[in-house]
Design a protein around this ligand. Structure first.
Ligand code: GDP
Length: 440
C-alpha cells in the first residue's frame, strides 16, 4: 500500500541526513520533494501545497533539539500533519439505535456489496450485534445473489424482495422484518451506477428520508485517486453522508484518495477495506495510516487483527500442548488457517516496521501455505494427531493423496520436526513459553 509514496518521502528525508541544523534552504528543498511526492501520489495540487506550507512553517518555527536530527524532526512534523490531514482522530460510528440503520451508497463496482458483508461480519463478530443485510438493488438480480452468498458465508440473515421495484418500500419492509426478528443493525446495500447519475442519487436520497439512517457510508474505490475525490464530493452534496469507506487498499493504490477525501468533503474516513475476504475490514485510524505511509509499519493493527482471530481458550490449550511436547499436524493446520483469516499475507507482513519496504517487489502469494496444507489434509486424523506414526509407507501414500513428490513430504516432515525440536528446547529454558523463573 502506498509504496511509491513511502519511498519518495523517505528519499526526501534522506536529503537532510548529514545536515547539522535545519535551515530555510534545506527545509525548502525537502518540502519541495515532499510536495512532488504527494502530487505524484495523486493528491490534489492545492492540498499538497497547503500541506507543505504548513510543514514548512512548523519546521521553521521549531527549535532544533540536540537530541533529534533535522531528518527526525521533519519526519515527526510530516507524521503529525498527515494524521491531521486524514482527520486527526478516529471517527465515531453510531450503531446505538435499535435497530441502528446504516445506508451504503457509492458507484457500481466500488465494493459496496463486499463492504456490506464485511461490515455485517465485523458488527457480528467484534461488536456482538445481530445484523440484517438488505439488498435494495432493484436493477441487478445478480447483486441480490451476491449479497445472499456473502450473508450465507458469514452466517447473517438477509432481506430481499425480488419482485418489488421500489427500493424505498424494500428498506421500510426490512425495518419491520428486523424488528420482528430482533435484529439490532440493518445494513442497506443500495444500487449503484457506473457514473454519477441523477436517478441513482434520487433513489438513495429517498431511502435516506424514508428510513432516517444513523450512518450513511459512502464507499469508494481508492484505486481511482482523484476521481474518487470528485465522486465523493458529488455524493456528499446530495446525501450529506456521515463517513467514507475506502476499498481496495490492497491493490496498487497511490494514496491520493486517502489523503484528499477528508479535506475535500470534510467527512471522516471510517473504514478501510483491503481484500475480498470477509475479515479484511479495518476501522480507520489517521495516526496509524500516517505511520504506514511513512514506512513505520502498523503494529497496533497487526496485534488487533491477531486478537480478533485467536480465541483465548484455544490459545491456552495450544500452549499446554506445546509445553507437553504434543504439538501436532492438526494444531499446525489450525494455526495456518487462523493466520490466513487475518488477511492478505503481504499486507500483514507490511505492518511490521521496516518489512513493507523489504518485500515491496517480492511476490508473496496467499497460496504460500497451500502445499503444506495439502500434505496435512492428505493425512488421516490419527496421523495428524500423532506425527511419530508417519513411516515411509505412510509418506508414500500421503504424497500420492495430495499429488506431491515424496521429496516434498520429506522436506515438510523435516521442517516440522525441527519446529518441534525448537519448541522442546524452549520448554527447557526457564523463560520459554511462559515457564517460570526459578524461585519466582
Ligand atoms: P458494488 O458494485 O459496489 O457492490 O461492488 P462489489 O462489492 O461487487 O465489488 C466489485 C469488485 O471489487 C468485486 O469483484 C469485488 O470482489 C472486488 N472488491 C471489493 N472490495 C475489494 C477490496 O477491498 N479489495 C479487492 N482487491 N477487491 C475488492
Amino acid at each position: 500500500m502506498f509504496n511509491n509514496l513511502t519511498e519518495r518521502l523517505e528519499t526526501a528525508f534522506k536529503n537532510l541526513k548529514g545536515e547539522a541544523k535545519i535551515n530555510e534552504l534545506n527545509i525548502a528543498n525537502t518540502v519541495k520533494d515532499i510536495r512532488r511526492a504527494l502530487i505524484d501520489a495523486d493528491v490534489n495540487y492545492k492540498i499538497a501545497k497547503e500541506f507543505t506550507d504548513k510543514v514548512k512553517d512548523k519546521a521553521i518555527g521549531e527549535k532544533v533539539l540536540n537530541a533529534i536530527s533535522p531528518g527526525q524532526l521533519m519526519v515527526k512534523i510530516v507524521q503529525d500533519e498527515l494524521t491531521d490531514l486524514m482527520g486527526g482522530t478516529e471517527a465515531s460510528f453510531d450503531i446505538s439505535g435499535n435497530p441502528a440503520i446504516i445506508l451504503i451508497a457509492g458507484l457500481q463496482g466500488s465494493g459496496k456489496t463486499t463492504f456490506s458483508g464485511k461490515l455485517a461480519n465485523y458488527l457480528k463478530t467484534q461488536k456482538g450485534k445481530s445484523p440484517l443485510l438488505v439488498a435494495a438493488d432493484i436493477y441487478r438480480p445478480a447483486a441480490i445473489d451476491q449479497l445472499t452468498v456473502l450473508a450465507e458465508q458469514i452466517g447473517v440473515d438477509i432481506y430481499s424482495e425480488r419482485e418489488n421495484k421500489d427500493a424505498v418500500s424494500i428498506a421500510q419492509n426490512a425495518i419491520k422484518e428486523a424488528k420482528s426478528k430482533n435484529k439490532n443493525v440493518i445494513i442497506i446495500d443500495t444500487a449503484g451506477r457506473l457514473a454519477i447519475d441523477e436517478a441513482m442519487m434520487t433513489e438513495v436520497a429517498n431511502i435516506k428520508s424514508a428510513v432516517n439512517p444513523s450512518e450513511i457510508l459512502f464507499v469508494v474505490d481508492s484505486m481511482t485517486g482523484q476521481d474518487a475525490v470528485n465522486t465523493a464530493k458529488a455524493f456528499n452534496d446530495r446525501l450529506d453522508f456521515s463517513g467514507v469507506v475506502l476499498t481496495k487498499l490492497d491493490g496498487d493504490t497511490r494514496g491520493g484518495a486517502a489523503l484528499s477525501i477528508k479535506y475535500t468533503v470534510n467527512k471522516p474516513i471510517k473504514f478501510v477495506s483491503s481484500g475480498e475476504k470477509m475479515e479484511t475490514l479495518d476501522v480507520f485510524y489517521p495516526d496509524r495510516m500516517a505511520q504506514r505511509i511513512l514506512g513505520m509499519g502498523d503494529i497496533a493493527t497487526l496485534v488487533e487483527k491477531a486478537q480478533a482471530q485467536f480465541d483465548e481458550e484455544q490459545a491456552k490449550k495450544l500452549e499446554k500442548k506445546i509445553r507437553k511436547n504434543q504439538f501436532d499436524f492438526q494444531d499446525f493446520l489450525d494455526q495456518l488457517q487462523q493466520i490466513k483469516k487475518m488477511g492478505n499475507l503481504k499486507d500483514l507482513m507490511g505492518m511490521i516496521p521496516g518489512v513493507g519496504k523489504a518485500i515491496k517487489d517480492v511476490d508473496i502469494s496467499d497460496d504460500a501455505f497451500k502445499g503444506v496444507e495439502a500434505i496435512i489434509q492428505s493425512m488421516t486424523p490419527e496421523e495428524r494427531g500423532n506425527p511419530d506414526l508417519i513411516d515411509q509407507k505412510r509418506k508414500v501414500r500421503i504424497a500420492k493423496g495430495c499429488g506431491k513428490d515424496i521429496a516434498d513430504v520429506n522436506a515438510f516432515m523435516k521442517q516440522f520436526d525441527q519446529m518441534r525440536q525448537m519448541m522442546k528446547m524452549m520448554n527447557k529454558m526457564p523463560m520459554g513459553f511462559g515457564g517460570k523463573m526459578p524461585g519466582m
